[in-house]
Design a protein around this ligand. Structure first.
Ligand code: C5P
Ligand code: MG
Length: 350
């Protein structure tokens, strides 16, 4: 295919001719886009990775955090644990992006990374109510143009599935704080399991502290209120002298729920969530967004699939990985921190 001619035939989406955009087969992209546009919005669904796909990879030359890193860098983690998590990142991230190693070789190492990191996080007794603050204080950023992306999908009732190997509770908070967690958004990810058993045992007692967003001062007096009847009355006063009280009030992280999702088992994850895809049976066209080669299988659970257009962000080690990305994604975006291409494509299809 003559590259210039094909790009010309994609003139309806001018942003595709930017130098950061690469396509192995522009003619094929053209055909998929035409077919999706003709089929209309009622047949479309979007499946996207989260970290480094919907969020920025870098800002002003500095790396932006993944959902894991938001926790790793937060006040919720001790200095000692931070050092250990950083050590894991320095060990395993280079393996994740190493184009000389096969997926088979990387897979057990990635499982090792996720498992070790989750074990460390669980030791930190992270409380649920502090997650929002950790996100607010973090440097996580959705890519430029995210508002239009989320709002366009919402307005046209196109379902958006976010399929992430990150931390579900954290990434949900990122999109909630950005004001774009619309009802058409669904998330498959690793969710934290907070221990609220003591809390449940103490019902109908209800614990109150004036400002739950603030860390508790060590000598804080906590009040336990009875909510038995209509009347709410204090029944007990306690000094915060043990972690136990902290656990009672907020529920602390004790494990991660369900099967671990890491970057190389998204296919299995998709196939486990058949209920979701069953509901979307009439949506046979998929726009898939990812940044890792592990994201390519995210649409494997889709029923009656007709067309899938795969867009891949190539954020890091661009020269080394260009060819493999061109071979597997339909459109690659090199060091592009924006949602411009997905947005322009949605404008064209919707
Ligand atoms: O949402 P997504 O599937 O992209 O999440 C996975 C990303 O999280 C990986 O690209 C990996 O670099 C990162 N990660 C991390 N800390 C961990 C495990 C994974 O930052 N402990
Ligand atoms: Mg990612």
């Amino acid at each position: 295919c003559d590259m210039r001619k094909c790009k010309k035939s994609l003139y309806m989406i001018p942003v595709l001719s930017k130098s950061s955009v690469g396509m192995r087969d522009p003619k094929r992209v053209e055909q998929i886009l035409t077919s999706m546009r003709n089929a209309g919005p009622s047949t479309l669904q979007v499946i996207s990775d989260f970290d480094m796909t919907l969020t920025r990879f870098a800002y002003n030359g500095k790396r932006c955090p993944t959902s894991h890193n938001i926790l790793d860098n937060s006040k919720l983690i001790s200095e000692d644990c931070k050092a250990k998590l950083k050590n894991l990142l320095d060990t395993y991230y280079p393996i994740e992006i190493d184009s000389t190693r096969s997926v088979e070789e990387k897979l057990p190492l990635m499982v090792e990374w996720w498992t070790k990191a989750h074990e460390l996080l669980v030791q930190q007794k992270i409380s649920k109510d502090h997650l929002a603050l950790a996100v607010r204080e973090s440097e996580a950023m959705l890519r430029d143009g995210y508002q239009q992306f989320f709002d366009d999908l919402h307005q046209t009732s196109v379902p958006l599935l976010i399929f992430s190997a990150g931390v579900g509770d954290v990434l949900e908070e990122v999109i909630r704080q950005a004001g774009v967690f619309h009802p058409n958004v669904k998330v498959f990810s690793n969710y934290m399991d907070f221990d609220e058993s003591i809390w449940r045992k103490s019902r109908p007692l209800h614990l109150r502290y004036p400002n739950l967003q603030q860390p508790y001062p060590d000598d804080a007096t906590l009040m336990i209120w009875s909510t038995d009847e209509d009347e709410i009355r204090p029944v007990l006063l306690m000094q915060r002298h043990s972690d136990w009280i902290n656990d009672v009030i907020q529920g602390v992280l004790r494990a991660f729920k369900g099967e671990l999702i890491h970057i190389y088992n998204k296919r299995e994850g998709a196939l486990l969530n058949t209920e979701h895809f069953k509901e979307l049976q009439s949506r046979c066209n998929v726009l898939l967004l990812g940044d890792s080669l592990g994201d390519l299988n995210m649409a494997d659970g889709v029923m009656n699939l007709q067309n899938v257009l795969k867009i891949g962000y190539l954020n890091d080690k661009v020269d080394e990985r260009r060819q493999s990305y061109l071979n597997s994604y339909d459109i690659i975006l090199e060091k592009d921190e924006t949602m411009d291409v997905p947005n322009a494509i949605l404008q064209y299809i919707l």
